[in-house]
Design a protein around this ligand. Structure first.
Ligand SMILES: Cc1ncc(COP(=O)(O)O)c(C=O)c1O
Length: 360
């Protein structure tokens, strides 16, 4: 007997989440690979953080359900604090959802539905919990195939569905009416993942409570606060109360609570950063469209998906010129695709310059 016989079989098949190791790069890179916000915090935001850090009771556990931060986020999003669950990034929220809803019924493993290609953690976290991932291909324009999703819902009765809108890595948002109809067709929970919702205009937040089983997930990672690791789930208060039972106590730490509250206290700086990032994405998208060798997919997010002949070679050539993007190329709908996060104007220009040189 060894410990290996006790490991869930699915765990052996998982691969380690391994983003680019910046420490091994031979030179400073223009980092357009991780969909972060291009701009660091402003001096007055950092000064507020310093003040808040001085008030943190480091010898005490955090407020157990991060209530001050739930209140601040509830105000920003026009919901009630009881409708909010926070996590150590939205990755942890996905895991909490699987813990609560992934138990399976009638001896059958829980099904987790999502349109594909999409954010890889839905599949990875489902597998880690012993659930069965149920990817349904997006159509040729990377929009929802509503008929195929409805058919999968009827056939498989998924416990959970995830719709990333705007979607990563395709960049576009999905039709709101379709997501609502799909949520209504579910017995289980439909999560609209609005990680990039701040850049894409439309939100489903107003539909929570109106559409049974509809939840909205958000994150502070894309708007300048990735280091704090804060994600949020908005849902019906009775369901959120059940989820609070399965999240680990103190899952959000005191430093993140205090600093996020400080950032939300000065929404003007936060909103200005969001507008600047959205503007830089529009600039990047326009610059990419001027390169005839690229197919550019329309984006509502803070990144742009492009297709180019021999994407792996272009990825390597860009890296050699100090520009890091994400190489997503694999057989299927993402063949020869690269994902490029919007940078500052200078970073976007460096990327476009490198692309022009590589494609010449
Ligand atoms: C669609 C989507 N959802 C969730 C996340 C995870 O965000 P967090 O940093 O809050 O864990 C990402 C991160 O890239 C994402 O693209």
């Amino acid at each position: 007997m060894s410990w290996k016989e006790h490991l869930r079989p699915a765990v052996f098949d998982l691969s380690l989440y391994s983003p680019f190791d910046y420490a091994t790069a031979p030179r400073e890179l223009v980092r357009l690979d991780a969909n972060e916000a291009a701009y660091p915090l402003e001096a007055d935001e950092l000064a507020a953080f310093q003040r808040e850090l001085g008030k943190v009771a480091f010898h005490r556990y955090p407020e157990v359900s991060a209530r001050p931060l739930r209140e601040a986020l509830a105000r920003r999003w026009g919901v009630r604090p009881e409708q909010l669950l926070l996590g150590n990034g939205s990755d942890e929220i996905i895991s909490i959802l699987l813990t609560a809803f992934g138990g399976g019924r009638d001896g059958r493993a829980a099904r987790v539905l999502y349109p594909a290609p999409t954010f890889g953690e839905y599949e990875a976290i489902a597998l880690a919990h012993g659930a069965v991932p149920l990817p349904v291909p997006l159509d040729a324009r990377f929009q929802l195939d509503e008929a195929a999703l409805l058919e999968a819902i009827r056939r498989e009765r998924p416990a959970l569905a995830f719709y990333a809108s705007p979607n990563n890595p395709t960049g576009n948002r999905f039709d709101a009416g379709a997501m609502e109809r799909l949520a209504r067709a579910m017995e289980g929970v439909a999560v609209v993942d609005e990680a990039y919702g701040d850049f894409g205009g439309a939100t489903q937040l107003g539909r929570v409570g109106e559409v049974p089983g509809l939840f909205v997930m958000r994150t502070l990672s894309k708007i300048g606060l990735a280091a704090l690791r804060l994600g949020a789930l908005v849902g019906p208060a009775d369901a959120i109360a059940e989820l609070h039972k399965v999240r680990l106590p103190y899952n959000v730490n005191s430093v993140s609570i205090a600093l996020a509250c400080a950032a939300l206290d000065e929404p003007a700086a936060l909103d200005a950063r969001i507008r600047r990032v959205a503007e830089r994405r529009r600039e990047l998208e326009a610059g990419l469209r001027a390169l005839p060798a690229l197919t550019v997919f329309p984006s509502d997010s803070n990144f742009v998906l492009v297709r180019v002949a021999d994407a792996p070679a272009v990825f390597r050539a860009l890296l050699a010129r100090g520009v890091l993007v994400r190489n997503l190329s694999r057989p299927g709908p993402l063949h020869d695709c690269l994902r490029i996060t919007a940078g500052t104007s200078e970073e976007n220009e460096a990327c476009l310059r490198a692309l022009r040189a590589v494609l010449a």
